[in-house]
Design a protein around this ligand. Structure first.
Ligand code: PBG
Length: 325
């Protein structure tokens, strides 16, 4: 049977109230986690050239930033540390008195309710900029695992609410879980950067974190952009190894991966709206070529629609401020 009149989908779009009534997905301040870069020193706010609005912060200015994030309803932060001294073994990564460890305890002292997530990786702490221990010029998987486990435990000891390994070494979720449990941190969850691609969209981050590899690239551990079934396999393995939450990274060029992950796995799922995605929007907005606010909100909404529950994004403070109005 067919209808003999025009089917009018426009009826539900005629007023703001109707559009709100039928809206399927919303973006809220609580959906976003703000990544922050912490450096040694006092009163430091080093702007990051390729990420307008973002800066390397010392612990005191970091606390000011977090107070502002709290005020607009952003519930948490992801911390990256840039140590004063780097070495081949990334000793700064697990140092009890390291930059991230001190930042975590300072945040927890002042803002016990802020969700503090730490990035677990060696690349900001090695003088060669690679994600682990090098053997014959190549990142050695198994030699890197104890370093990651030790780093994660030091973050938990400092008070981190969640540890988030981003290195893409095989077996790291398992060794981190074992090490956390052995140290008594049985309730500290692991958010695994389970499907992380070898992406050119990390370019600005490497300026921010001073972590560009001195030679070579990360393609022997991060994923090939052409693959989606392999992403499902990476996630499956991390879930088996004990990941409590999973992430897809980058976000915008991998919305199909987010959707596939959402349909296949029931764990909390995050997307990482990475530095290059942020830089593209900022650059076009600076030239007046796009409407920054609308493009930003539309971009983040696409990630929620794809199936991500939470979004790690440098836009967090701005978007939360816009949403308050
Ligand atoms: C590794 C790490 C990277 C990012 C997050 N964690 C860089 C890399 O893999 O080279 C990139 C985040 C971004 O681009 O915003 N510690």
């Amino acid at each position: 049977m067919s209808v003999n009149h025009i089917i009018r989908t426009r009826r539900t779009r005629m007023t703001p109230a109707l559009r709100e009534f039928v809206r399927e997905h919303h973006l809220q301040p609580g959906d976003m986690i703000a990544p922050l870069f912490v450096v040694e020193g006092e009163g430091v706010r080093n702007p990051i050239g390729s990420m307008p609005g973002q800066a390397q912060l010392s612990i005191d200015t970091l606390l000011i930033e977090i107070a502002e994030l709290q005020a607009v309803g952003v519930p948490g932060v992801l911390l990256f540390g840039i140590p004063a001294v780097k070495d081949a073994e990334a000793t700064g990564a697990w140092d009890e008195n390291g930059i991230v460890q001190r930042a975590v305890s300072a945040i927890k002292d002042r803002f016990p309710d802020v969700l503090v997530i730490t990035d677990v990786c060696a690349c900001e702490y090695t003088d060669h900029g690679h994600c682990g221990i090098l053997v014959d010029g190549e990142v050695d998987n198994d030699a890197t695992l104890p370093l990651l486990a030790r780093t994660a435990v030091s973050h938990a000891r400092a008070g981190a609410d969640i540890v988030a390994p981003s290195d893409m070494m095989d077996g790291r979720v398992r060794v981190i879980r074992e090490a956390l449990d052995a140290a008594g941190y049985i309730t500290t969850p692991i958010l695994s950067y389970a499907a992380k691609y070898a992406s050119a969209f990390y370019g600005p981050f490497r300026e921010a974190a001073e972590s560009t590899p001195a030679f070579g690239d990360r393609r022997s551990h991060q994923m090939d952009p052409g693959n989606i079934r392999e992403a499902m396999r990476e996630i499956e393995i991390d879930v088996q190894e004990g990941a409590d939450m999973i992430m897809v990274k980058p976000a915008l060029p991998y919305l199909d991966v987010i959707r596939a992950a959402r349909e296949r796995f029931d764990l909390p799922l995050s997307a990482y709206n990475v530095s290059g995605e942020y830089a593209m929007v900022k650059a076009a907005a600076e030239r007046g070529w796009i409407d920054e606010q609308r493009v930003t909100m539309e971009t983040l909404l696409s990630m929620k629609r794809a199936g991500a529950e939470r979004i790690f994004t440098y836009h967090a403070k701005e978007v939360a401020t816009w949403l308050q109005r």
